[in-house]
Design a protein around this ligand. Sequence first.
Ligand code: GRF
Length: 225
Amino acid sequence: MPTLEHSQAPCRIVVLISGSGSNLQALIDEQLENKLLINIEAVISNQPGVYGLTRAQKHNIPTHVLAHKDYLDRASFDKALANTIDSYQPTLVVLAGFMRILTPEFVRHYTGRMLNIHPSLLPKYQGLHTHQRALDNQDDIHGVSVHFVTEELDGGPIVIQAIVPILQNDTVDSLSKRVQTQEHIIYPMAVNWFARERLAIQEDTVLLDGEPLDKTGHQIDSRTT
Ligand code: GRF
């Protein structure tokens, strides 16, 4: 496995949030454990007052609030957002519960260097209310995916998925808690791979250490781990 040389600078990351930031916390913990690998340069929220901002401030990470309501339209918000992100010259942009649909121009600007986490086994259940939809359909399994962001909403090449069983009597709350536990494992893992330059994209296939992954990405099955 390629290792990061001590002389190599950590991967510069900007994290975008809209809420509690538990995935941001998992990345902060990864940074604390693995200082040479990643550095979270800034956290940007489109919602003022969310707990994710507090989490960042506790670790002296610069924060910005860009309230989308203050902008005339989606394009002007995305332009301001890209300007703020780019002022930190990130190698990677991480969407961690960022609840905004992004313009194609914005997405294209970060092609191959923007990741998202989505609480379902994509391509199943793109969009919202994924836990409820999995329960309504009486699925046996559910889960979470980390993928590169493309113009298709929740549709980019998948890096990694974790499978979570749906148990009898599961509710949205109980199921989402078990999914989140897996989120906090697989997102740092994917970011870690990116930072170590182990990930690449060829057309719409993700390569890990030069080997193509399945369309569903690397899979972790929490039923057996
Ligand atoms: C997560 O469930 C993630 O899958 C989804 O938004 C939620 C963010 O949670 N995209 P948090 O703010 O990281 O706690």
